[in-house]
Structure formats: structure tokens, C-alpha cells
Write a protein that binds this ligand. Structure first.
Ligand SMILES: [Mg+2]
Length: 264
């Protein structure tokens, strides 16, 4: 049986506040030793993911911006998986173009009496402050291609109105650990399913694990053999139910480490 691990980053492999994966290093080493593919599947951008792939010396495909696209390093699979190429990747795109998402979010702003602030409205200094990132990483977080992260300041009623309008415009939304996200016909689950099918052509027998902490991870957890919910800093787990669901006892990367070492 070949294991494949899909993982969210923020609040999961990375600490919600410090963005450190230090507590997960023993499990990361074990995954590397066993040559288990580790697929990052996050709301983060390609530019941000590339930093972590480099640091962790990962060579596997990854999924950016809530399932916006799958990036497969060229020649990773025996057969080509997509016609579209960007840099050294073959790219399978699901998301709606970022400029289009911004246009619609601006339309919605005009219709509802509350403040909507997206990454596109903030400069790198503001993103850095809001997310607790350094300036360089905030710049990478702003390089969005398929998903706009935003916050809404207003009454519950107006928040509901904003979310409703997103659906009316034919788009979708989800919520991560910090922000709402507006996006097209993509979610983490769809991308995980399609990438799993590609792996299945390479290895006949595979078993998939996915680790996440928030609502935007639910479609990913629904599409794997072993779903794992990582405990949040407030001690709770997100509300998700599935047969065989594993809930970590520890928070963030320590929980990630605990569950992976138990499973593999
Ligand atoms: Mg998360």
C-alpha cells in the first residue's frame, strides 16, 4: 500500500500564530525517510508554498489557493498530466481568475453596508500586520491567482448578505482560520480527488490521509481514506463528521506530529 499525505498549512502543519512547523519535524522526517508523497493543500499562494517546499525539500505536487490549481513538477509522473505549463510545473487549473474575483467583490461592496477588506485592498505592511507575517512573506501572500482572502466588518446579518451575494454572482466562499475566501468552482476536495486519481494510475494501491483544521478543509477531508482534524489553539476542533475521523489531542503542528507518527 502506498500512502499519500495531503496537508493544510496554517493552523495545521504551521502554528496558527508563529507559522512554525518545528513541532512536526519528527513526523516530517519519518515521511521523508519512507518517501511518502507530502502534498501541501492550502489557501496560501503558489509563491508562499514554494518557500515551504524549498525549506522542507519537498518535490511532490501541491495545491494552491483552496484548490485553485494543482501544480505538478514536470516529469514527476511518467505521463504528462496537463497541457498548461507555468515555470517548471504542469498546471491543472480549477479556479476563477483573481481579477474577476476582485471585480465581483467590489460589486458586492457597493451593495452592502459593511466593510469588506481583501488582500488586494491592503499593502504588504497591512497584510504583514494582520497576519503576523514578515514583509517578504506578506508580499508572497498577495500574489494571488485564484482566490481572494478577505474580512468583513459588520453585523451578522450583513455578513450573511455578503456571503449570499457571492453565491448569487455564481461564485463560492469558504472560511479559513483567519479570513473568508471568495472563489470559483474550486475547493480543496475537488483538487485532492483529481490528484488522487492521477496517483492511482501510477500506483495501483494507495491510501490517502488528509490533515486540516478549518471549514475550508472539510471538502479535502471528505475525499480521503483517513481524515484528520487538528485541534485549534482554543482547544476545540472544527465541526466536521466522517466515519473514521481522527482528532488530534495536541494543537497545530504538535497535533500533526502526534497523528502522523501514530499512523505511519
Ligand atoms: Mg488551516
Amino acid at each position: 500500500m502506498n500512502l499519500i499525505v495531503f496537508t493544510d498549512l496554517d493552523g495545521c502543519l504551521l502554528d496558527h500564530n508563529t507559522y512554525s512547523y518545528r513541532d512536526a519535524i519528527p513526523a516530517l522526517n519519518e515521511i521523508k525517510k519512507r518517501m511518502i508523497p507530502l502534498i501541501i493543500c492550502t489557501s496560501k499562494t503558489r509563491a508562499e508554498i514554494e518557500v515551504y517546499r524549498k525549506e522542507l525539500a519537498l518535490e511532490d505536487p501541491f495545491i494552491s489557493e483552496n484548490g485553485g490549481a494543482i501544480f505538478v513538477p514536470k516529469n514527476y509522473f511518467p505521463e504528462k498530466v496537463a497541457e498548461k505549463e507555468i515555470n517548471n510545473y504542469e498546471v491543472i487549473e480549477f479556479g476563477t481568475n483573481y481579477d474577476r474575483l476582485r471585480e465581483i467583490l467590489n460589486e458586492i461592496k457597493k451593495k452592502v453596508d459593511c466593510q469588506i477588506v481583501g488582500f488586494g485592498d491592503m499593502n504588504p505592511e497591512e497584510v504583514a500586520k494582520d497576519c503576523g507575517l514578515d514583509l517578504k512573506k506578506a508580499g508572497l501572500a498577495k500574489q494571488r491567482e485564484y482566490d481572494e482572502a478577505f474580512k468583513i466588518e459588520g453585523s451578522d446579518k450583513n455578513i450573511a448578505k455578503v456571503l449570499n451575494l457571492i453565491e448569487k454572482f455564481g461564485l463560492h466562499y469558504t472560511k479559513g482560520g483567519r479570513y473568508y475566501h471568495i472563489m470559483g468552482e474550486n475547493d480543496k476536495g475537488k483538487a485532492v480527488r483529481i490528484l488522487t486519481d492521477i496517483y492511482r494510475e501510477k500506483y495501483l494501491e494507495i491510501e490517502t490521509i488528509a490533515l486540516g483544521d478549518s471549514e475550508n478543509d472539510f471538502p479535502m477531508l471528505a475525499n480521503v481514506d483517513i481524515p484528520v482534524l487538528i485541534k485549534k489553539p482554543d482547544g476545540s476542533h472544527a465541526k466536521f463528521e466522517k466515519n473514521g475521523l481522527i482528532k488530534s489531542k495536541l494543537v497545530g503542528p504538535a497535533g500533526w506530529n502526534e497523528v502522523i507518527l501514530n499512523l505511519i
